[in-house]
Design a protein around this ligand. Structure first.
Ligand code: NAD
Ligand code: MG
Length: 386
């Protein structure tokens, strides 16, 4: 039986994971879970899943819930995340928190010998070098949950690394794919949250519109598969049916196709290398879909994608800065404090202002993440909404 620590249980990936787990109660059990602020949903998950350990967002919530559930152990904040991720009985940790808050529990879980089913891409962008080195050292697997990376993982199965020519990551284009840059000036949060193909958490939906999400995924792919940035391509594929592809050196393209249903990559990360039917699967009929479209990505229209390749190639803490600036800016846009195009401005500026002369350590990267957040937060306060 897979005993799962689920970090970020109340979110979009968390909810899909609970669906997968409840479809096969004889195979999966959630032994620990965490949530931040959605207490109502958290309580209902505790009742439904009866975990041993629960990580919550505040001390008040811990006190309140401890009274209601005396048999469950509770923890708070980052410590609670680490406790959930390292619970003795857990053998796999599904990281479905949003943002670089996922780094410490992921590193702790790896150190404790737990396999990782990774949805939380920000962790790999912020500190991919150290996460992958720790996974190697402790001989744990990192299985991708992100649909593009799950697709690539599946396409690479059985292939010799030397036969890989390139990875082709598909991008739906997000909510604003058909708008010009000048039309982006006046877009609203509501419009940005209206993703054409996927229903996801707010931050990743905004990231999909700005193409930050694809930029983060390029860096995520670099670390997961050890692929040079020159061998990672992105194509616009508005149907999101081809989840991603690999090209082999003889020119063969291998692709993984399916409906827009995150239960598939989540379940595969939990059953790998076995497969199970998806309960109540979405209808998927290629003859009804009829046509699939592929277009080149316009890097002028989507500067955040161009920037991802730039920071990725520079390495060190440049991706950390790219990610941290975006986390603050995307959240400020969600809170109505800045306009849509200011997200790009702040990320661009944070990266341009960053200088690195010596090799950085993991501690440096953690400090640079914090500094970048503070700097961007200050810019937002000073300049406000344009
Ligand atoms: P979400 O916003 O729906 O859920 C986030 C979860 O993290 C919630 O359970 C929340 O309680 C928790 N959380 C938020 N802030 C926290 C904090 N400070 N401390 C502790 N917990 C906190 O997000 P999501 O869409 O489920 O995405 C989660 C992760 O998975 C992200 O890294 C995202 O990029 C990645 N991902 C999501 C999808 C998707 O379809 N939603 C697809 C691929 C990858
Ligand atoms: Mg994805």
């Amino acid at each position: 039986m897979k005993k799962i620590a689920l970090l970020g249980a109340t979110g979009s990936i968390g909810t899909s994971t609970v669906d997968v787990v409840l479809a096969y109660p004889e195979l999966f059990k959630i032994v620990s879970l965490t949530f931040h602020s959605n207490i109502e949903k958290g309580i209902s998950l505790i009742k439904q899943l009866q975990p041993q350990f629960v990580g919550v967002g505040s001390e008040e919530t811990r006190v309140e819930l401890s009274r209601h559930f005396p048999n469950i152990e509770f923890g708070v904040g980052e410590t609670g995340l680490v406790q959930a991720a390292t619970l003795e009985s857990a053998n796999v940790v599904l990281t479905a928190v949003s943002g670089s808050i996922g780094l410490k529990p992921t590193m702790a879980a790896i150190g404790a010998g737990k396999d990782i089913a990774l949805a939380n891409k920000e962790t790999l962008v912020m500190a991919g070098k150290w996460v992958m080195a720790a996974a190697k050292k402790h001989e744990v697997s990192i299985l991708p949950v992100d649909s593009e990376h799950s697709a690539i993982y599946q396409c690479l199965e059985g292939q010799k690394p030397e036969n890989l020519k390139e990875l082709v990551i598909t991008a739906s284009g997000g909510s604003f794919r058909d708008l010009t840059r000048s039309e982006l000036k006046f877009v609203t949060l509501e419009q940005a949250l209206n993703h054409p193909n996927w229903s996801m958490g707010q931050k990743i939906t905004i990231d999909s519109a700005t193409m930050m999400n694809k930029g983060l995924e390029v860096i995520e792919a670099h670390w997961l598969f050890g692929t040079d940035y020159d061998k990672i391509k992105v194509v616009l594929h508005k149907e999101s049916i081809v989840h991603s592809m690999v090209v082999l050196k003889d020119g063969a393209y291998l692709a993984q196709l399916g409906p827009s249903d995150m239960r598939e990559p989540i379940q595969y990360a939990l059953t790998y290398p076995e497969r199970l039917p998806i309960k109540n699967e979405k209808e998927f009929d290629l003859t009804k879909i009829g046509q699939l479209h592929f277009e080149p990505m316009d890097l002028v229209r989507f500067p955040m994608l161009a920037l991802a390749f730039k920071v990725g190639k520079k390495g060190g803490s440049y991706p950390t800065v790219y990610n941290a600036a975006n986390e603050i800016a995307a959240m400020a846009f969600i809170e109505g404090r800045i306009s849509y195009l200011q997200i790009e401005d702040f990320v661009q500026r944070a990266v341009e202002n960053h200088f690195e002369t010596t090799e950085v350590t993991l501690d440096d990267v953690i400090a640079i993440d914090q500094q970048t957040r503070a700097i961007v937060e200050r810019w937002i306060k000073e300049e406000g909404r344009l």
